[in-house]
Design a protein around this ligand. Structure first.
Ligand code: WQD
Length: 338
């Protein structure tokens, strides 16, 4: 069965392609390589023994999208990762983000709406909850006003899919709200490849560990948490990838009574920035050079998932601990720097 994975050369996309191929799906990747490398295909092939079909294509080109779906009429499901994801950049260039993340989503949904039956999975984010009033956060928590155009594209994206599903019964969709993905494939053939200075905590830690950065700045230790640093739900990327496969299987089997559903994908456990640092120190056996600095504007105090819905409805649960995920991130970082 043919599945299209847009952004399939990226961090979460590539790990999902591996899990799909391991389950026997035939994968076609579309990527414009703006934030990914074709070499990732080689890593996927080494792990799974099969090279996915790859089309370098810019999804902003409506004619090309139409032509693609004409050529591959037997695609039965789409997992849509392709999007711009730098929060800071989205504040500077809002139109770029709306065009990249919303325009492309509309083009794909238009093509899927022409089919007799199709399944669609959208990469959403816990960012839609903002600072939730209650922890852990379940899917019924209100969606808060977005802090950035990037966050807004996830909210609007979900609304577009919901509204399209209402009038398109043959379209079956799931939005997965990711918490904080981290780690790399245990084979160290694929992993995260941040461009420039990483904005996210885990790649910054491993780059500091390997000597690429002098020290980690911990953004604030005066939050109302046990150790004063912010709390997040760090989910191992392979666990996250597997959530896509079970969500896709649910859509393909049409087991759901509604044709649009939303699921949190996290571990259910919150970890503070200092706990993440200590995890790194445990698994690497090295002291991390860090200093406490002021808060980062826009950061929320705490976000971790209530995963009951994904556990019960998808039958999915994260398997890896923070230390196991950190170990994979550290092995990957050491491999790519040597
Ligand atoms: C985690 C914690 C920082 C870097 C990201 C995306 C967001 C959403 C969720 C996207 C925070 C602290 C970080 C550093 C630090 N996902 N930190 N020093 O803030 O949860 O947001 O994931 O779809 O859009 O931006 O993740 O990794 O940036 O930060 O102290 O150098 O680490 O303050 O508490 P965040 P993050």
């Amino acid at each position: 069965m043919k599945i299209l994975v847009t952004g399939g050369l990226g961090f979460i996309g590539s790990h999902t392609v591996v899990e799909l191929q391991n389950k026997g799906f035939e994968v076609i990747i579309i990527d414009d390589c703006s934030n990914a490398d074709e070499k990732v295909l080689g890593g996927i092939e080494k792990i799974t023994g099969a090279k996915p079909i790859f089309e370098k294509l810019d999804l902003k080109d409506r004619n090309k999208v139409e032509d693609f779906f004409q050529r591959y009429q037997d695609i039965e499901g789409v997992i849509h990762f392709a999007a711009s994801k730098a929060v800071g950049e989205s504040v500077e260039k809002p139109l770029l983000y709306y065009e990249n993340n919303i325009g492309t989503l509309i083009y794909i949904l238009k093509e899927l709406s022409k089919k007799n039956k199709s399944s669609f999975i959208f990469s959403s984010s816990c960012t839609v909850y903002g600072q939730a009033d209650e922890m852990p956060i379940n899917e019924d928590a209100p969606v808060k006003e977005a802090e950035s155009p990037y966050g807004n594209t996830k909210q609007i994206g979900e609304e577009i899919i919901r509204d399209t599903c209402k009038v398109t019964p043959q379209l079956n969709a799931i939005a997965l709200r990711y918490f904080n993905p981290m780690g790399a494939h245990p084979s160290t053939e694929i992993g995260e490849l941040p461009i420039g200075v990483p904005q996210n905590l885990v790649p910054f830690i491993t780059q500091t560990g390997v000597g690429l950065r002098k020290e980690l700045s911990v953004f604030g230790d005066d939050y109302p948490t046990e150790d004063g640093t912010c709390i997040r739900d760090y989910i191992y990327v392979v666990d996250l990838a597997k959530a896509h496969v079970v969500a896709l299987e649910r859509l393909l089997a049409s087991k759901n009574s509604q044709n649009y559903e939303v699921f949190n994908v996290g571990t259910g456990k919150g970890s503070s920035v200092l706990e993440v640092i200590h995890s790194f120190e445990r698994v690497s056996g090295e002291k991390l050079n860090y200093k406490i600095v002021g808060r980062r504007p826009g950061d929320i105090t705490s976000a971790y998932a209530d995963t009951t819905k994904a556990n019960n409805v998808l039958g999915w649960k994260s398997q890896y601990s923070l230390d196991q995920a950190m170990k994979s991130a550290w092995e990957w970082e050491q491999k790519i720097r040597n």
